[in-house]
Design a protein around this ligand. Structure first.
Ligand SMILES: [Ca+2]
Ligand SMILES: [Ca+2]
Ligand SMILES: [Ca+2]
Length: 275
């Protein structure tokens, strides 16, 4: 090998090394956004959330605008939306099964503009997330953009029963005693009620201390509850009840949560009945 060839080889290696280092240190947010184009674990084919820039999109009551965001760590995701019409828009940031993140739904109507929305959420850990812009009755074109700040130290373990996919089975006739503790990060408990027969399912929550609320959801439709209870039965803030139609073999998902996130430990009893 001549000296010239050796020099050329070494120079090429050094160049490749620098190129790799340079590319590796490029904006991690952009890299994460771009890596998602063209696929999602849910089998949907959603576009990546535009990061560091805005892009145009379309939303309607039948087909909300939807985007994917892949996070390699915990961090802060900011999303801004400005509509081009009269439609009242809303932003919802969810996990990969469409379950909204805490604080992930916003309808603030900035400066009285129904279509002007923005929010920042804590993305709790690496994973795939979805961003929706929906509207109740209309359709609208809009501009949407996001920014991402990785913040690995924010990462938290998932609440063992804090997600419909890890709901505790609540068997009709068999009560369960449990608790939530918003101040300690236990913001909700999920229960799945499956019925062998068609009819009406009733779920009752009782807590002598603390203010609870209760919501019921259809499977895989976690952006909007079917029904909600904060009726404080018998004048007790922790006593709630919901009754919903249920089909034979169907599973409904019930979410028990403190009305005020900062409230401490709330012990409760939950039970279901089907008639
Ligand atoms: Ca709005
Ligand atoms: Ca929980
Ligand atoms: Ca209540």
């Amino acid at each position: 090998m001549t000296g010239k060839v050796r020099f050329a080889l070494v120079a090429t290696c050094v160049f490749v090394l620098f190129a790799a280092l340079f590319l590796g240190s490029s904006d991690p947010a952009l890299a994460e956004g771009v890596s998602l184009v063209g696929g999602s674990p849910a089998g949907q084919d959603l576009p990546a959330l535009p990061l560091g820039q805005v892009a145009s999109a379309q939303t309607s009551s039948e087909a909300p605008a939807a985007f994917l965001f892949g996070a390699k760590t915990a961090g802060f995701l900011t999303v801004v939306v400005r509509g081009n019409g009269e439609a009242d828009l809303r932003i919802i940031i969810t996990d990969e099964v469409g379950f909204p993140l805490p604080g992930g739904t916003v309808d603030v109507d900035t400066n009285g503009d129904l279509s002007a929305e923005q929010l920042t959420v804590v993305v709790p850990r690496a994973g795939n997330y979805q961003v929706y812009v929906d509207t109740m009755y209309d359709s609208s074109s809009l501009n949407i953009g996001g920014t991402w700040i990785p913040y690995p130290d924010l990462a938290t373990e998932p609440d063992p029963d804090g997600h419909p996919n890890s709901a505790t089975a609540l068997v009709p006739g068999t009560p369960i005693e449990s608790s939530v503790d918003g101040a300690a990060g236990d913001l909700m408990d999920w229960y799945a009620v499956t019925s062998d027969i068609g009819g009406m399912v009733t779920v009752i929550v009782e807590a002598p201390e603390g203010d609870l609320a209760l919501e019921v959801y259809k499977e895989d439709e976690y952006r909007q509850y079917l029904d909600a209870s904060d009726q404080d039965m018998q004048g007790v803030p922790g006593n709630e009840s919901l009754t919903s139609p249920i089909e034979a073999g169907q599973t409904l998902y019930f979410k028990v949560f403190p009305l005020f996130e900062g409230e401490g430990l709330i012990a409760y009893k939950v039970r279901a009945g089907v008639m």
